[in-house]
Design a protein around this ligand. Structure first.
Ligand SMILES: Cc1cc2nc3c(=O)[nH]c(=O)nc-3n(C[C@H](O)[C@H](O)[C@H](O)COP(=O)(O)OP(=O)(O)OC[C@H]3O[C@@H](n4cnc5c(N)ncnc54)[C@H](O)[C@@H]3O)c2cc1C
Length: 500
């Protein structure tokens, strides 16, 4: 994987936030030595810094940290995602239990669901919940076809059969089988059934900026450097230092945290076939306040879906991701592709009409407009980071002393990263021999990180020859089949072909 391209598409989250920390450099010169270099300033890098601070705050032993960011601060996936803090409450249950058994599947669900309380507790403790447009509420999977309804329900039913309807994580889930009720609740035209469960939403870019500011101000030990790509990392030398090379000079550090998401393999080539980039697309629509009751996803099956949320006032924009019925027509342009400077054909027009076409009783005067012009942040792309075994890598990098990784969260990092970096921070601190490390009380009630996230040498070794091309070909085939579905052949899905 190459370094992040310098000219990514503009996203609503970044443009509308107008953050003064966008090009943040704590000092004009790069420090030449520190304790920890954190590479990447997204959700992962920012929460890693936060938990390092929280684990050392009581004894004042926070190590010095330098954060290197190739782009502006939070210019990667976190600044361009869908904003959904939406755990897989039930929908992956059958897939996960097939691989990890009933208890393994349950552990993965518990970890994701715990992120709702973890976000609430942390944002409340820091007093930034409103600043980052945080909301807890319900979300739904709206089945748009009977086949998709059967698939969703089979996951829900399997969970209930194995763990009972009163199991903590499923207690607040419910199914709506009556299509009229489902349509009325989800507000999605043509919905045939829905599963509803607890969820959340946040402005991810503002969240990251707020957190970095807190760590920098509270500790005085975080030095942030925008527009400073790490070009190379060394092994640990005889004095115990790793050298990180950038175009602005080098930084020596005792530990390096690779929070580089889709770009991880640039510095850690052993992940070349394991953590991959893939291009996704999102848009922001103009809308009246509180038009949508909750966040949700429309599922047609065959890899065709959208997902959406509405940002609270005064912004009100509806964020819609997916547009899969459009992009399924040219899968080789985005599946496992790594250039988020390009827009995908047909998406902006499809998204523009999403409200009027998809939302039940969409008010006529709500119109069909992007919240910003398409090229100015109304519609954008970003890189997810799928992995060869569909799970992230969080822990010490095998065979590289002093290097740590937290990457490969796919298109689903929001309900996974916060408690993964909470797990990573004490590992890094222990490796540095930092004294006075204490787990913050707010973490006591949350489950530990699931085993499938641990980057053991065996796991990495078993995946290093993963056949990426075969994987792409299989995925392309599925999308070519999906392109034949009715939903992918209406004027909104294919109009761009004739216009082009
Ligand atoms: C379009 C899209 C929609 C998504 N929607 C959702 C959603 O609704 N819900 C959800 O849960 N998840 C979603 N995701 C996934 C989620 O955004 C990610 O899992 C999460 O943001 C990853 O955070 P991160 O910090 O690991 O990565 P990033 O935010 O990508 O941060 C990595 C940073 O590292 C920097 N970097 C890389 N290499 C170097 C280097 N060598 N030197 C210096 N800096 C470097 C990059 O510039 C980048 O800023 C979505 C992703 C995309 C792309």
């Amino acid at each position: 994987m190459v370094l992040p391209v310098p000219n990514p598409t503009k996203s609503y989250w970044i443009e509308a936030a107008q953050s003064p920390l966008k090009d943040w450099r704590s000092t004009p010169e790069l420090p030449n030595q520190t304790d920890i270099v954190i590479i990447g300033s997204g959700y992962t890098g920012a929460t890693a810094a936060y938990w390092i601070h929280k684990h050392t705050a009581e004894h004042g032993t926070t190590p010095h940290m330098v954060m290197l960011e190739a782009r502006d601060i939070c210019g990667g996936a976190t600044g361009r995602n869908g904003g959904q803090l939406r755990p897989h409450a039930y929908s992956r249950y059958l897939t996960w239990t097939t691989r990890f058994g009933k208890e393994g599947g349950l552990a993965l669900i518990k970890h994701e669901m715990a992120h709702l309380d973890a976000f609430r507790d942390m944002l409340t403790a820091e007093g930034i919940a409103d600043d980052v447009s945080f909301r807890l509420g319900e979300t739904f999977d709206a089945a748009m076809t009977p086949a998709e309804w059967a698939r969703l329900k089979s996951n829900y039913d399997a969970f209930v059969k194995d763990h009972g309807p009163e199991a903590d994580v499923i207690r607040d889930c419910r199914i709506i089988e009556d299509p009229n009720e489902a349509e009325a609740f989800t507000q999605m035209k043509g919905c045939v059934g829905a599963v509803v469960h607890p969820s959340g939403q946040v402005w991810p870019y503002k969240f990251v900026h707020a957190l970095l500011k807190i760590v920098a101000e509270k500790t005085g030990k975080l030095n942030v450097q925008a527009h400073t790509p790490a070009l190379q990392v060394s092994e640990r030398d005889a004095e115990g230092y790793i050298t990180v090379t950038t175009p602005r000079g080098s930084v020596r550090a005792k530990a390096v945290i690779h929070s580089t998401n889709a770009w991880a393999s640039h510095l850690l080539p052993e992940y070349k076939n394991i953590i991959l980039p893939s291009l996704s697309t999102v848009a922001a629509l103009k809308a009246p306040a509180d038009l949508l009751k909750c966040t949700g996803a429309q599922q047609w099956g065959g890899e065709i879906w959208n997902y959406h949320l509405q940002i609270p006032p005064p912004y009100n924009a509806i964020i819609v991701g997916g547009a899969k019925c459009v992009i399924t027509h040219y899968p080789r342009d985005w599946i496992k592709q790594g250039d988020d400077s390009k827009h995908l054909p047909g998406v902006a027009d499809y998204m523009r009409t999403w409200g009027a076409a998809e939302v039940f009783e969409w008010p006529q005067d709500a119109g069909s407009e992007l919240a910003l012009p398409a090229q100015e942040g109304g519609s954008w792309t970003g890189l997810t980071s799928p992995t060869a075994d569909a799970f992230p890598f969080v822990g010490a990098v095998p065979g590289r002393e002093g290097h740590f990784i937290a990457a490969g969260f796919g298109g689903h990092g929001m309900p996974r990263i916060l408690l993964s970096t909470a797990h990573l921070a004490p590992i890094v601190l222990a490796a540095l021999g930092v004294q006075g490390v204490k787990k913050p009380a707010m973490l006591d009630k949350f489950p530990s990180m699931p085993q499938p996230f641990v980057p053991t040498a065996e796991r990495v070794e078993s995946l290093k020859d993963f056949d990426v091309q075969a994987d792409i070909d299989a995925d392309v085939k599925e999308h070519e089949a999906a392109a034949k579905l009715d939903i992918a052949n209406g004027p909104r899905a294919v109009g761009w072909k004739t216009a082009a």
